[in-house]
Ligand binder design. Sequence first.
Ligand SMILES: NC(=O)c1ccc[n+]([C@@H]2O[C@H](COP(=O)([O-])OP(=O)(O)OC[C@H]3O[C@@H](n4cnc5c(N)ncnc54)[C@H](O)[C@@H]3O)[C@@H](O)[C@H]2O)c1
Length: 261
Amino acid sequence: MVGIDLTGRNVLITGGASGIGKASAKSFAASGARVAVTDIDRDGIQETVRGLGNEHFAIDGDISNKNDVDKIIKAAGEALGNIDILINSAGVSDVIMSTVDQEVETWQRIIDINLTGTFLASQAVATDMLKRGNGCIVNVSSIAGLVGLPRRNAYTASKHGVAGITKTLAAEWGISGVRVNAVAPGYVLTPMVADLISSGKLDEKNLVRRTPLGRLASPNEIAEVILFLASKLASYINGAIIPVDGGYTAYGAAGPAVEIE
Ligand SMILES: NC(=O)c1ccc[n+]([C@@H]2O[C@H](COP(=O)([O-])OP(=O)(O)OC[C@H]3O[C@@H](n4cnc5c(N)ncnc54)[C@H](O)[C@@H]3O)[C@@H](O)[C@H]2O)c1
């Protein structure tokens, strides 16, 4: 992004093998930051890092597992020195089914990855950030953290939870120089959404009709807002949940927002 220089800053990005996390890795590296990406997908993070150039790192692990998170943060600290910025992008979609049919194991797995993973990574980086009196965390919530998406109950609960801990951490850590914010993307054309469209669980045309900008987002359009929130340009933004949704959550009329064939 023009005008954002993060030279000398070190960033850890979860979910960096794909989608919004991968696009963020590219944006941060292009802005001069040193990047460590982590993900459960080992091959994916190697591919992300190969595309970034030198001085960037791949660390695999499961973000929902506390032992893995501790190892990831230790390895990232050793590779980068300090972690100045944490981006919590690792996440999974819901099964998209009637809530009465949802298995508690599926519910729990979605909460564990999307919400507990965000908590564990934030907690693990914060110890050092708070000691240094400097740090920044950007969480990836969703429009599902602002409104209710039927048949996506665990996902919606997890993303409301991410919005909630964004506010509590911002309120708790702001005085120590650690800012915590979140983006709330609408529908973004990443592998997650492409899979839901190709399996018939989401209807792309209906999503476009419901979005005032009349299209889905690219991963880069979310990554650039994440980059802004992590930069000095956002130095007085703390505890904010920024919709990056083409107007999806602003739209309140009964019918479609745009007409398409
Ligand atoms: N794509 C969208 O429309 C959209 C909209 C709103 C919010 N989001 C959120 O954005 C974030 C990124 O999603 P995306 O669309 O880029 O999806 P994606 O599937 O392309 O990327 C998600 C990444 O998270 C990783 N991941 C999953 N479980 C993990 C675990 N246990 N430990 C470590 N990594 C794990 C996956 O391997 C994958 O690389 C997610 O939190 C998602 O909920 C996406």
